[in-house]
Design a protein around this ligand. Structure first.
Ligand code: ADP
Ligand code: ASP
Ligand code: MG
Length: 407
């Protein structure tokens, strides 16, 4: 008998028919004798709908009230699935995050899980029930409802799997695994049989939203066997693994991209100690996350400084930077919120030279101008104009022969 955590994403529970199909699948596994915890997202589009309602009430609603609102989508699906299971004669019970007691910190809209009370879940499982838990939400020490950030149901599932020491955590979604890149952008993308935690973490943080970053962090830290599979068709999906030294790893495992980027530049800054701090201090104080940073020295004792932020923070960052420009006596501020970041990821990069030049050559041949470059041991990222996103992804996919990877 295995203890399994199954998570179904928004599309998989997007209608009553689909919820019934999930109930069938869960009942089948339960009938085989496995203990099953199911974690659900809200119906597809629901969280966005709730966010739009909030914006209609108030330009910037408080984050506490946002969480009270956007956590409701998951409460609907867990109740409906539990009813569907009951209708099939399967014993089941639903819980919200607060009822389980998924204890989080108090960072509304991006809370982190601190602890999960497992007693109730274990008692229900031992009673032979399927336990259905609302993803994406928790409760802080003061009893406030919190949410875990977009895509947070993945993290709920992995955290519950870790707390219960489950045998496997299955993330059922609308693709049948993790692909070499988003198959919506490159139809020639190939499903990977496995991918290392390190690579998956890098892919997720560089924009591949198939798994929430924190779910991958959790799985790596607590040794959760994590698999991404399709809700709609049979298959073994993609297993996230520790690095297998036996395997000859491909140079590049995948291409990630992020459309939510914007870049800002301040030029003619006096080149003195403390300048980076003076530029980025006000940005950090405003809680704006900075991603890539490039500083360049000009030959007239001034420096140019460019960095990227989330597109949602662009206007605010621009305002702050203009103030800094006046304070520092710098030349001018420019910005662009029509850029994207495209990254190649692979642990194989560690032991191979020349990957960067292949990447740059490929982009050059397509006439794509690179605006910024960032590297780490297992990734190379470039910032390009958003109109080139699809072209860049497909050209790189072909150049690194990802369409030939065997699943
Ligand atoms: P869910 O609602 O089930 O959580 P998501 O929309 O969050 O589903 O994640 C699945 C989507 O992730 C896919 O439909 C796909 O477009 C996208 N995606 C992005 N990068 C990848 C990738 N490398 N492999 C597979 N899917 C990816
Ligand atoms: N419903 C939430 C979202 O849309 C959480 C999730 O689906 O994982 O972000
Ligand atoms: Mg998701």
């Amino acid at each position: 008998m295995a203890l399994l955590v199954y998570k179904f994403g928004g599309t998989s529970v997007g209608s009553t028919e689909r919820i019934r199909a999930v109930a069938d699948k869960v009942k089948k596994a339960h009938d085989l004798g496995d203990q099953i915890v199911v974690v659900l997202s809200a119906m597809s589009g629901e969280t966005n709908r709730l966010i739009a309602l909030a914006k209609d009430m108030q330009e910037i609603p408080t984050e506490r009230e946002m969480d009270v609102l956007i956590s409701t989508g998951e409460q609907v699906t867990v109740a409906l699935l539990t009813m569907a299971l009951h209708a099939l004669g399967c014993e089941a019970i639903s819980y919200t995050g607060a009822q389980v007691k998924i204890l989080t910190d108090s960072s509304f809209t991006k809370a982190r899980i601190r602890e999960i009370e497992d007693a109730k879940l274990r008692a229900d499982l031992n009673d032979g029930k399927v336990v259905v838990v609302a993803g994406f939400q928790g409760i802080d020490e003061l009893g406030n409802i919190t949410t875990l950030g977009r895509g947070g149901s993945d993290t709920t599932a992995v955290a519950i799997a870790a707390a219960l020491k489950a045998d496997e955590c299955h993330i059922y979604t609308d693709v049948d695994g993790v692909y070499t890149t988003d198959p919506r952008v490159e139809p020639k993308a190939r499903r990977l049989d496995h991918i290392t935690f390190e690579e998956m973490l890098e892919m997720a943080s560089l924009g591949s939203k198939v798994l929430q970053i924190r779910s991958v962090e959790f799985a790596g830290k607590y040794n959760v066997a994590l698999r991404v599979l399709s809700s709609f068709k049979e298959g073994c999906g993609t297993l996230i693994t520790y690095e297998d030294t036996q395997m000859e790893s491909a140079l590049i495992s995948g291409i990630a991209f992020n459309r939510d980027e914007a870049k800002l530049t301040i030029t003619g800054v006096p080149d003195l100690p403390g300048v980076a701090f003076k530029i980025l201090g006000p940005i950090a104080d405003a809680n704006i996350e900075v991603d890539m940073i490039v500083q360049n020295i000009a030959d007239d004792a001034t420096t140019d400084f460019t960095f990227t932020v989330h597109r949602n923070d662009y206007q605010r960052a621009l305002g702050l930077l203009e103030q800094t420009c006046a304070d520092l006596g710098a030349r001018k501020v420019t910005g662009d919120d029509t850029i994207v970041k495209v990254s190649i990821v692979g642990v194989g990069m560690r032991s191979h030279a020349g990957i960067a030049s292949t990447m740059f050559k490929t982009l050059a041949e397509e006439g794509i101008n690179i605006r910024m470059i960032g590297t780490s041991e297992i990734k190379i990222s470039v910032v390009v104009d958003e109109k080139y996103l699809e072209l860049a992804v497909r050209a790189l996919h072909a150049a690194f022969e990802l369409d030939k990877i065997k699943a």
